[in-house]
Ligand binder design. Structure first.
Ligand code: AMP
Length: 631
């Protein structure tokens, strides 16, 4: 048995001893009494009665040995600026932010919503919340006001932290109009909004009585020393919303001690990073990858982390490799979409820089196609490691583990089960184990390992009903992904089992997009499916039935109607959810019992065979679909 398989075996068969040992990687203010309490399946409580703090582990703990080592490097190719914070400086900045936030009456257990671009204050605010024991909920800065409002109503934050603007490709995204609209729509708006004014939005005017200027308050609280709140290991550290099959996003609740331990172990075993080295993760702090591997993971591990604001191809497609060379990055983490974007550029950019510091490039978030995997591997001459996980788990489920043994990459596969995950690939029909080469549902036998979601925020029942009800007779966590294992044990991911699509690594429920399309007054009915896209992996495509036909009776009016519907999606969800097209039909293909034939629709849209259509109510619907698709 290889070292990696042996580690996995021990983590499952000698679970508590394994995790008790891993728990030594972090600082405990009070040692835990019980490694795992599992008296109420599927709710797992790790390191019970242990007391710790994410901010202390990410910052304070390193002051003695690494006070002068860079902790955070912020590079913005949008503003043309770069700034470094040592661990000591990061400690001071986080304390200042914590004092500002605490002065607003925020304390242990209170929620703080962060709606921020990729600026250092986003990292300070996350760590400051962790320091205070407050629960942060970062909402991706690209989401629309309505998405922000629904998250506000679920999390009921005491404070919202934002900036005047974000920048993308030289274009400013002004946040104040979005925040105003979100607070207007929300039933439980926070009373105060803390604004980091970057001076980008010339129209930004603080709203008296609501908006607080961060720069002014930071001056007031400079030098503050804010005590660390020691949390019981299972107290929540943050909430991160993610999409599912319903229109209402779920608040993934993360624990504290288990998360710190799991991240620390993953930094060593999986990412093979060493304290003192530099990690560059190209994600956004609004996503789980940003939480785990821009902020908490590398800092807990004593590494230097890079926060990058900008595009991968601006000023040119060499920018990321330039950063790797200049900052001597040893661990890089990006997405397949970014890799496909870079693949379309001149390959000379890759040869221009000295990448000798880089040991591995990790990619995750969406399927990595074999040609892109092969191209990137050959272009950079380093192992490119595809690994698989979800917002829910917070850290990898399937990966190679170059920190334990050299990576044997197999193109198209994210590798093997990661320690801690008791993975089962099951036949959908009867929950028996799929044979090698046979497709099955990828499930995890609970208890979920440390650091995985502890529940859905405020809704234990939803947690159980959403994730543990795929197989009626067994309590198993469903990843909602199809998988396949080959004879050597490499697992391949074959796509989602539910109606969730993955656009450039961002998970979006088709139901959410359908609701946004339907918010347009003239839409009677709509079906949204994900279709293959050469760069983004998948794109939504909408088939809509209108109420008033006269609105689409000429080419011009039809185009106008399509634009209006797209604008409605932008307004409700943000540009990331915008369908590629809205195609108008008078009938959607359904079964006789009224169920939408989604898979057939998707197959047709991708030019494939629509499959079994014996249950279709009206075959004319399919002819229409073929017609609008030009088939
Ligand atoms: P999110 O929680 O938004 O990160 O989305 C998680 C989903 O993205 C998973 O359930 C998969 O469907 C997909 N995913 C993530 N990583 C991979 C990967 N390496 N290969 C294939 N699909 C992936």
């Amino acid at each position: 048995m290889g070292a990696c398989a042996e580690l996995h075996r021990r983590s499952i068969h000698d679970r508590e001893a394994f995790w008790a040992e891993e728990a030594r990687r972090i600082h405990w203010h009070r040692r835990f009494d019980t490694v795992l309490e599992y008296s109420r399946p599927p709710f797992a409580r790790w390191f019970v009665d242990g007391e710790t703090n994410l901010c202390y582990n990410a910052v304070d703990r390193h002051l003695a040995d690494r006070g002068d080592q860079p902790a955070l490097i912020h590079i913005s190719t949008e503003t043309g600026t770069e700034k470094t914070w040592t661990y000591r400086e990061l400690h001071a900045a986080v304390n200042t932010m914590a004092a500002v936030i605490a002065a607003q009456g925020v304390g242990r257990g209170d929620r703080v919503l962060l709606y921020m671009p990729m600026i250092p204050e986003a990292v300070f605010a996350m760590l400051a919340c962790a320091r205070l024991g407050a629960v942060h909920s970062v909402v991706f800065g690209g989401f629309a006001a309505a998405s922000c409002a629904s998250r506000i109503d679920d999390a009921k934050p005491k404070l919202l932290v934002t900036a005047d603007a974000g920048l993308r490709g030289g274009r400013a995204i002004h946040y104040q109009p979005l925040v105003n609209e979100a607070l207007r729509l929300a039933q439980h708006p926070p009373r105060k909004v803390l604004v980091v004014n970057r001076g980008i939005d010339p129209d930004f005017r603080p709203l008296a009585g609501r908006d607080l200027d961060y720069a002014a308050l930071a001056r007031e609280h400079r030098g503050a020393q804010v005590p660390v709140a020691w949390l019981e290991s299972n107290e929540p550290s943050y909430i991160l919303y993610t999409s599912g099959t319903t229109g209402k996003p779920k608040g993934v609740q993360r624990d504290t001690g288990g998360y710190a331990v799991a991240l620390a172990a993953s930094m060593d075993y999986l990412y093979a990073g060493k304290p003192g080295e530099t990690m560059f993760t190209t994600s956004d702090v609004g996503w789980v990858v940003g939480h785990s591997y821009i902020v908490y993971g590398p800092l807990i591990h004593g590494m230097t982390t890079i926060l990058y604001e900008g595009l991968p191809i601006r000023p040119d497609a060499g920018i990321w490799w330039k950063i790797v060379a200049e900052k001597k990055v040893s661990v890089m983490f990006s997405s397949p979409t970014a890799a496909r974007v870079l693949k379309k550029q001149d390959p000379a950019y890759l040869k221009q820089y000295d990448l000798s510091s880089l040991r591995h490039l990790f990619l995750a978030g969406e399927p990595l196609d074999e040609p892109t995997h092969r191209w990137l591997h050959e272009a950079i001459g380093k192992p490119v490691i595809d690994h698989y996980w979800q917002t829910e788990t917070g850290w990898p489920i399937l990966s190679l583990a170059p920190g334990i043994e050299p990576a044997q990459v197999k193109y198209g596969s994210p590798g093997f089960p990661v320690f801690g995950y008791d993975l089962k690939l099951l036949r959908e029909s009867d929950a028996t184990e799929a044979a090698p080469g046979e497709k099955g549902v990828l499930t995890i036998r609970p208890p979920l390992p440390p650091g995985c979601m502890s529940t859905v925020w405020g809704d234990d029942e939803r947690f159980v009903n959403t994730y543990f009800r795929t197989f009626p007779k067994q309590l198993l966590y469903s990843t909602f992904d199809w998988g396949l294992r080959d004879a050597e044990g490499y697992t391949f991911i074959l796509g989602r089992t539910d109606d969730v699509i993955n656009v450039a690594g961002h998970r979006i429920g088709t139901r959410e997009i359908e609701e946004a399309v339907q918010s347009h007054a003239n839409i009677a009915e709509v079906a949204v499916v994900g279709v293959a896209d050469p760069v983004k992996g998948q794109m939504p495509l909408a088939f809509a039935v209108v109420k008033d036909q006269s609105k689409i009776d000429t080419e011009e009016r039809r185009a106008q109607q399509e634009q209006e519907v797209l604008a409605a999606v932008d307004h409700h969800l943000g540009g990331i959810a915008r369908p590629k097209r809205v195609l108008f039909v008078s009938l959607l293909p359904k079964t006789r019992s009224g169920k939408l034939l989604r898979r057939s629709l998707q197959a047709l849209a991708e030019g494939r065979d629509p499959g079994d259509l014996t249950t279709i109510e009206d075959p004319a619907a399919l002819e229409q679909i073929r017609g609008v698709l030009g088939q």
